[in-house]
Design a protein around this ligand. Sequence first.
Ligand SMILES: [Zn+2]
Ligand SMILES: [Zn+2]
Length: 423
Amino acid sequence: MMGQALAKRDIHRGIILYDEQKFSRALEIWLSVLSKLRKPQDRFSVHGYVCMALLETGYYKEALEHALRQVDIAEWQNKDILKSEAFYNTARAFQTLGEMSKCLTFCERSLNYETDIPALPGYVHLCMGCAFLALGLISKAYMSLQFALDTSEEHEDKVLELMTRSSLANVFTAVRDYETAREHHWKAIKVARVFEAVDSSFKFMRRVLANAAVVMLKVGSYSDALDIAEEAIKDALTFSDRPVQSKCLFIFAEVHRERYDLKTAYPRYEAAYELAHEIGDQKLQMEIIMGMARAAEAEHDLLQAYTLAEKSYNMSMQMSCKLEAVRCLEHQSDLAIKLDRPEVSENSDYLRGQLLQELELYCGICDEPLGDRPGRLEVLDCCHFVHQKCARYLLRASQTQTVHRCPCPACRTKMPITSTTTF
Ligand SMILES: [Zn+2]
Ligand SMILES: [Zn+2]
């Protein structure tokens, strides 16, 4: 019994270190305590802590192992509240590893069981939203994130709120509505700043900032992107947060490339790639290769650019990241024209059209692809996206009818006119 009491004290010491962001020391203690614990319930908790710390420091494969150990214990104990947590942790590990369909399966399994963590369904929906986004399923991503946002309000869970806002911003970035993306980022940063004022070592700020820097980059605010990423990476280096480090290095590389400073860009692409590879972030690796393709193009090495664009296309298809694949094909098509290979360009355009169809990434009103050009979008009640400039036609159509409701052109869902705010 004495041993168990000591072990409990060690677990607690780990938690204190974890809260101080001394992740590697916390991990060391928890891992050594695991072998001493008798009760499955205690081992379950520690596997959970270890998984969380590993996810935060970018040891994704190792995190998955501990999540799966939790699944074993939960199933063996046959307790619902353990299952919901274990399945969620497994889902998160799969998400970070770029295994989106496995991630979604485990999210659904988690939601099937009761939980004693009030906001857990919100976190599960956040995870689902991120996975749907990676798969390019924008409406589904939006729907899941909306659920997560509602849960965050219901339970006044500010961490869930800021992470969800940050992910919603990523949704709008993916379809090139940078204005709406920016609004969500500012809200996320605002919530994070409130936390930071209370606890200066607040770890969510750097993640929110790293995400926001991507939008700054896309809208061409390069010095803002650099400043924000600079702030994020400083914090990430202090606390060995490798996921944020790799993302910031990528942002630096992209900014330098956009400024045609390729000598500065290349080493940053390489460092970002090495780190992304080390932590097992396949999606970031693909994005880095996309960036390197653009760098090769800037150096007029069109063949190399095409090879890299094709490589990132293949990687994105392997992960079913189909919206990324669409972007790769756009670049491939451009490059093929420059290389005087019109048939290759036509083929890329054809594949791109097919993917857009599959993802239903069309405005239901004008039939043009969504996100072809930067611009404001409107989300209808059914979570279908249309161009904001097209949305007013829904209203016009409805004026000729006696019923003052305008159905969504994609799914025929009827909605009150008041739901669309910016006609
Ligand atoms: Zn439209
Ligand atoms: Zn609809």
